[in-house]
Structures are given as C-alpha cells and as structure tokens.
Design a protein around this ligand. Structure first.
Ligand SMILES: [Zn+2]
Length: 452
C-alpha cells in the first residue's frame, strides 16, 4: 500500500492523506482547506495530485474546515463516492460548509466591490450551493462499528475528544491496520470526553499541532476570571475571537462558571456568530457525546446573549463596557469579529483574548505577535488594546498528553508518521517519542509518498 501526505504535512491546515491499496483502491482521509499563509492558500486553487473521480471514498475525522473545507470543491471536481463520518460531524459540516461557501462568495463580492483583488474578477473557491450539493455524498457511521469500504478494506471510528463528533479512524487495508489520529483532544477537557485508548495498529499517522509545547497547568476559569475582573474595573470591552465549533461552546461554559460568582453575574456575554449559535444548539441536542448533561447545556448556554441579525451586530459596536463579545472567526481571518476588532482594538482600555492556535500568516497571528497595526478589509487599523493569548483552552493534546495516549496501545506500531504541525512542533514530538518510548517516528514532507 501507499500513503501520500497531500496536506496537513509541515503545516496544520489543508489536511489530506491518500491511502492506496495494492489493488488500486484510493481512500482519502480528511479533505481540508489550506488556511493562513498565502502560498498555502494558493494550494486550494491548484490541481489535485490525484483524480477525484477515481477515489473510492473519503473518511472525515471531524468537521473543522482545515479537515473538511475542501469537500465542496472535490465534489465540484467530479468526486461522487461516499464521504464517511460520524452523525455529529455530518450535522456540523451542514452548517460549516454552507457557511464557508457563503463567506467565500461574500469575500469575492467585497473584493470586487472595493477593488482590492489582484484577480479580475475575484472568484469564490466554491459557493453555498456547491456546499449544499456536496452533502448528499455523506454517509453517517457509528463509533466503534467496523464497516466495509471495499473488498479487503474496512474502517472503524473512535472518539478523539477534540470537538463534537471528532474521531480517530482505524483502517484495515491489505491485512494491515492504519490509524489516523485526526486532531486529538485532551484527557481533562472542560467539555469533551477524553479520547478512546489507542488500538493496536501497524501504522499510525499522528498530529503534532502542540508537539513542542506543554499546556499551562493553570486553570482556564481562574485565568479568564482575572481578565474579566480587570474588564469590570476598567469598564472594558473584551473581544474573544473564537472558532465557532468547539471553542465558542467551551468559552460559554467558562463564562457561565465565572458568572456563578455574584460579583460577576451582571457582566453581559454576547455570542455574535449565527454559526456558533447553531453549533451550540447541536451541542445541546447531542449531550450524550460530551460531559454536559441536557440540563447543564441549558444553564450554560442560557447565560449568554445571542446576536443574530446584522443590525444587532452593528449595534454592539456602540455599546459600552464592561462586556464580553465572543465572535468568529477564531484566527480573525474573517467573520463578524473583524468589525468588532476595527471598533474596539484602537482603545488601550480593551482586551483581545485569543483562545486558540493562531496559524502563521493569519491576522490573529499578526496581532498576537505584537504588531501595532493590522490590515482589515484593505485598510490598516492600529492595535492598542491589551492582547492576550490563552493556551489553557486548547482542544489539542500537548506533547506529554500525546505520549500518555500512545502508552494506551498494547504494542508499538511498526511506523509512526507525524503530521499536522509546524516543522519545529513535529520534530519536537518526534524527539519526545524517541526519548520517552524509544519509538522511531518519521516526519513526511508535504507531497511525499511512502510505500509501506
Ligand atoms: Zn480540529
């Protein structure tokens, strides 16, 4: 069999790994968009390294766009096979892919209107209609159930504990087992259940987003509460750019815990992302798939104000602090959060609280790196607010948590391939695995194929 690393190698975005059996069946695991640096984003517009019409199936570890966002495009390019995933991943993809198509249409429209495009005219990668059209290929799979993909190929999904519906996937192919970790969650997440133990396998493809880091041992609620205290004292606005899926819900949980303290109960928390609102409803409907019961969901998610219309969103910009605005996107690459950043970022009294990983090349990374101005909608805006990067809420296992997870397997895999990380993170994880477990691991380059 052959493994080709076509995305999510030497980077955390664009996840696509192609597995080819001796008899020529081709399985694509994840089908993500490249995000961040321009030379990466341009890859979304390049030709694929394989013929989508010849793919046997696509398997999705989870709904985040860097793992699923290329699906409407691959369908547009002629893929007509099944896309296997869990029920919650399917439900999330319905929301996320349509939104991604919509955002791309809007961005292209806006770029054409304002004339800040180098492409004439700017074209969306795919439209909302393309996204909706791709949904008919989805096939929902239950966790822990082995299902057939082709003669001699079957697969099984396990809980990865990263976001709602997230999985790691075991594929049995040519009498060998290959496991794709997808994005791996943490053993003690506030909302998600811990990942399932790692089954015995021959080959493991392991993510390394935080392979060079140890997450702080401090408690997220205490850390964020201290910031909210300052915001109350100074009547500040706290802007929290957040991923609509997973992070926004964890933040709602954190703020609802903080608001249990009578001194904090009056600070308004706004969730200004219609998509995050829909996703929050999905978390409530799927309460068996995470730690919060149906009653807890109601209490947690009932403690915030949900901003829906564009008018309400604009009106938020004229409100005074103290208040907390959670808004997408998480890396400030688009979405309503940009309008709040433009409005509140020039005031040194305010806070910008980044709650997740900021990929190189994103606006979020520019702000976190300490630049005093940042370009939004074609114009520079000054950054004077206090910028805080929180690592305590990470939905990815750090190096030690990853090694603890590896220890749950009964036998050393024959080969480990480390992907989904910046070069330094992947190599640091490789070293840690060697030092602590005495296992060798290999870091494939983007575009590399390995014969197994
Ligand atoms: Zn993810």
């Amino acid at each position: 069999m052959k493994l080709s690393f076509l995305g999510g190698a030497s980077t955390v975005t664009g996840s696509k790994t192609l597995l080819e059996s001796a008899s020529g069946d081709q399985i694509l695991v994840d089908c993500g968009l490249f995000q961040g640096l321009k030379n990466l984003r341009l890859k979304n517009r390049a030709d694929l390294e394989f013929d989508p019409k010849k793919l046997t199936a696509i398997l999705l570890t989870h709904a985040h766009l860097d793992h699923s966002g290329y699906i409407p495009l691959i369908v547009k390019k002629g893929f007509k096979g099944p896309i296997y995933c869990t029920k919650a991943t399917y439900e999330l993809c319905k929301i996320l892919l349509a939104d991604s198509g919509y955002l791309q249409e809007e961005e292209a429209k806006y770029a054409n209107l304002k004339g800040f495009t180098k492409h004439h005219p700017a074209e969306p990668l795919y439209t909302q209609e393309d996204a909706k059209n791709s949904l008919k290929y989805f096939k929902v799979i239950k966790d822990h159930k082995v299902f057939d993909i082709a003669p001699n190929i079957n697969a099984c999904f396990y809980n990865a504990g990263h976001i709602l519906g997230s999985s790691f996937i075991k594929i049995t192919i040519d009498h060998k087992t290959v496991i794709f970790s997808g994005d791996l969650g943490r053993p003690h997440d506030l909302v998600m259940n811990p990942p399932d133990p790692l089954p015995k396998c021959d080959y493991l493809i392991l993510e390394s987003t935080y392979g060079d880091r140890e997450h702080p041992k401090t408690d997220a609620i205490t850390e964020i509460k201290a910031i909210v205290q300052q915001a109350i004292d100074k009547k500040s606005v706290v802007i929290v750019p957040a991923f609509a899926v997973g992070r926004a819900q964890t933040l709602l949980y954190v703020f609802s815990e903080i608001k249990k303290d009578p001194a904090f109960k009056n600070i308004p928390v706004y969730l200004n992302s219609p998509m995050a609102t829909k996703v929050t409803e999905l978390y409530c409907e799927n309460s068996k798939e995470h730690k919060l019961s149906a009653e807890q969901c109601e209490a947690v998610f009932g403690s915030a104000n949900y901003v829906q219309s564009v008018e309400e969103s604009i009106a938020l910009n004229s409100k005074n602090g103290p208040m907390i605005i959670i808004s997408a996107s998480g890396m400030a690459t688009g979405g309503r959060v940009l309008h709040h950043l433009k409005q509140f970022m020039p005031d040194p009294n305010n806070f910008i609280l980044f709650s997740g990983y900021q990929a190189p090349g994103t606006r979020g990374e520019t702000i976190v790196s300490g630049k005093d101005k940042v370009k939004i909608h074609g114009q520079y805006h000054s950054v004077k607010s206090q910028v805080i990067q929180l690592d305590t809420l990470s939905a990815h296992a750090d190096a030690n948590e990853m090694i603890e997870w590896l220890k749950t397997t009964k036998a050393k895999p024959q080969n480990i391939f480390i992907n989904h990380g910046e070069a330094k993170a992947s190599d640091e994880l490789r070293k840690q695995i060697k030092e602590q477990l005495e296992w060798d691991a290999y870091i494939p380059l983007l575009g590399e194929t390995k014969e197994l």
